[in-house]
Design a protein around this ligand. Structure first.
Ligand code: GTP
Ligand code: MG
Length: 293
């Protein structure tokens, strides 16, 4: 049997379950997940290997109309995922109608790569709705193979996995067979902290936050981490820290638990908050945080 390998890129609206699906395929929590839109900001590679296959899943940010520079960079990640896909996964959730961005929708319909259209969250649905949506999406995107799944309950994802293996092109592996992702350890530290910010603060706060892990020092028994939480304004700094530092402490404790599970080691996590004025619209800062080349 010849070896197969290729890029399987997951795109769709915000919050439909793209990251949940990638984590389910990879079997690790590579991508953070919350019920808020724009949880994912980067293109994150999750690699699944067996003897004859290497599947390079890409999780991408949900498609939005960019309002500031960082969101424009997020959409550049989505564009790149269109360009190098060997298989395109277009995910919708059972309640939604279609991509709000017409240009992206046209790209999916005229995709050269095979399209798997996954209708997610069917655990929240009923038989009647399921049948109606199945027909609706099949007629909307005639070039797609349509599947009904629940990424959360890992329901019906095996047939999708088998189809992916069938569609993969013949190719030697792109990465060593024991590699799980292309992102460095510090990226996952940043993301674990950002997830807790998304979960613990309301409204605009999480969207004004970026994390920078300044120190990641691994010893035999423990990993010592120092990270900075960047906000855009002084008022946001106060909110992040909270009364007597309680809010920040909670973020630190919650993130530490996740990081201990992720790295399989004890973690010492030191968090600071700094103001980095309007970083979301600053080219130099966006490069520094990995949103631009
Ligand atoms: N009921 C149900 N909820 C799901 C399912 N899949 C994902 N979710 C939930 O939907 C929410 C969003 O999931 P994510 O995986 O973060 O969605 P995403 O598409 O990556 O979102 P962005 O990164 O913001 O674009 C979370 O609360 C998930 O737990 C599913 O199959 N069923
Ligand atoms: Mg996501």
């Amino acid at each position: 049997m010849k070896h197969k390998a290729g890029f399987v890129n997951i795109i769709g609206n915000p919050n439909v379950g793209k990251s949940t699906l990638m984590n389910a395929f990879v079997g690790e929590k590579l991508s953070i997940i919350t019920s808020k839109a724009q949880t994912t900001r980067h293109r994150i590679l999750g690699i699944v290997n067996d003897e004859h296959h290497q599947i390079l899943f890409s999780d991408t940010p949900g498609i939005i109309k960019p309002a500031y520079e960082m969101q424009a960079s997020m959409m550049d990640f989505v564009k790149s995922a269109f360009e190098d896909a060997d298989v395109l996964i277009y995910m919708v959730e059972i309640g939604e109608k279609e991509l709000k961005d017409e240009a992206f929708f046209e790209k999916i319909k005229s995709s050269k790569a095979p399209v798997l259209l996954l209708i997610n969250k069917i655990d929240t649905s009923n038989q009647e709705q399921i049948e109606e949506k199945m027909q609706y999406w099949q007629s909307k995107v005639p070039n797609a193979n349509v599947y009904l799944i629940s990424a959360l309950e890992k329901f019906n994802i095996l047939p999708v996995f088998d189809k992916i293996k069938e569609l993969l092109p013949e190719s030697p592996p792109f990465y060593p067979k024991d590699q799980l992702t292309d992102k460095p350890e510090r990226f996952f530290v940043n993301e674990a902290i950002r997830e807790k910010i998304l979960l613990n603060y309301k409204k605009e706060i999480p969207y004004a936050v970026e994390i920078l892990t300044e120190e990641f020092f691994e010893e035999d028994e423990i990993i010592r981490i120092r990270a900075i939480i960047m906000v855009e304004r002084e008022t946001q700094k106060g909110i992040i820290i909270g009364h007597k530092g309680a809010a920040l402490k909670k973020v630190g404790m919650d993130a530490r638990k996740d990081l201990e599970a992720f790295f399989g080691k004890k973690i010492f996590l030191d968090l600071y908050v700094k103001v980095n004025k309007n970083w979301r619209s600053n080219d130099r800062q966006l490069k520094r945080f990995g949103y631009k080349e």
